[in-house]
Design a protein around this ligand. Sequence first.
Ligand code: F0G
Length: 457
Amino acid sequence: MEPYRIKVVEPLAFTTREEREAALKRVAYNPFELRADEVTIDLLSDSGTGAISADQLAAGMQGDESYAGSRSFYRWHEVVSELTGYPHILPAHQGRAAERILFSSLLRPGTSVLSNTHFDTTRANVELTGCTAYDLPCAEAKDLDSDFPFKGNIDLIALEQALENADQTPVAAVLMTITNNGGGGQPVSMDNLHRTAELCRRHNVPMILDAARFAENAWLVTQREPGYAHRTPRQVAEEAFRLADGCVMSAKKDGIVHIGGFIGLKDAELAERCGGLLIATEGFTTYGGLSGRDLDMMARGLLEVTEPAYLAERADIAGYLAARIREAGVDIVEPAGLHALYVNAGRLLPHIPPHQYPGTALVCELYLRGGIRSAELGSLYLGEEDEHGNPVKTAPYELVRLALPRRVYTRSHYDHVAATLADIAKNPESVHGYRVTSQSPILRHFSIKLEPVKSGD
Ligand code: F0G
């Protein structure tokens, strides 16, 4: 059961099918453009969408809003130092701000960053520095159905080759995303992290963690990795941070706060460069774009997030939804992780070709039938077309991410999600595809406009 009871509630927004049809048409079939009060169950993101605890709220009331050197900063700093072990810690307002500041200070044009998988903003921030971002996911990640426990791993052979052949494009950093959000929310093993750290040390390249879901990764390590069953998630997390040369963190995930992030570093000189940029673009080094209240709430969230009872229930409720979805005959990326389930829309809707976006078709159908908001992770997110709409690049898989906000929805909410998917699975041929009517050149999925492709079109 949930290791908490509910003290404050917020009403759900219920709409009619006609209202949802009108809303979806108005936003040109792009769920990012929907108003939240048009959505009943919002699984668009697990980022900044969690429920804070009474203790976090109380900590927030202690917030010290002094411009510099606030008590909140020092309380927060102690928590982050003890968790990560990094001597240099800088607050930032969210993960991508931390990325921008670290990458602008660390990367040079013409170099490359290697990763198990870059998250989309992370890739964008690497590329904005003139550096190239390469994803080297392990081979096991390609089989969506297998039970391989650590599909978030980096391909160590490919990594070693890239590090050894770095004459043309020097490798500026290796970035390990834990858990691997772009790769199905799959965890990275400690063995993989240790071996990656060793390769990085040998080639004198810094290893940076994208630690947004460090606690969920640590939990999955305690559950799946030989030798870690008797360790606490906190101990595993501490080990992971100490293996790396630094981290970027979006605390909107495993900080269980609505806003917040940080950079942690071992290198004093690099930290000083980041600090200068932080002051110029985010705020003084003791607040980094956050209020004292935010820092105190993050500090408390970072302690709560590694509690075994919290993580066990988070895994359990994700497993509950995964089981209901499988019962409905719908496939997800296996094994189920914690922060999201990734539905195999390509397999559910095989009659829709990639350039008519099966993932988007499922996203729209979940909204139309159940008022559920989700995100496409397929050819709309990763693909490209020419100016005539002909596909130039399609994604390897057509997925839909059902992100699970922390401590927000209960099993009956997830029963509704599974029932809606089951309803779609009864008659998948009735679902049609979409075509693009307008798009922007970078991160197109946020602002894209689409229209339905009806049979005979
Ligand atoms: N890294 C990872 C792995 C992420 O998943 C995200 C955000 C970021 C960095 C950027 O952090 O949002 O605080 O600036 N992921 C959200 C998501 C948006 O829905 O997966 P941010």
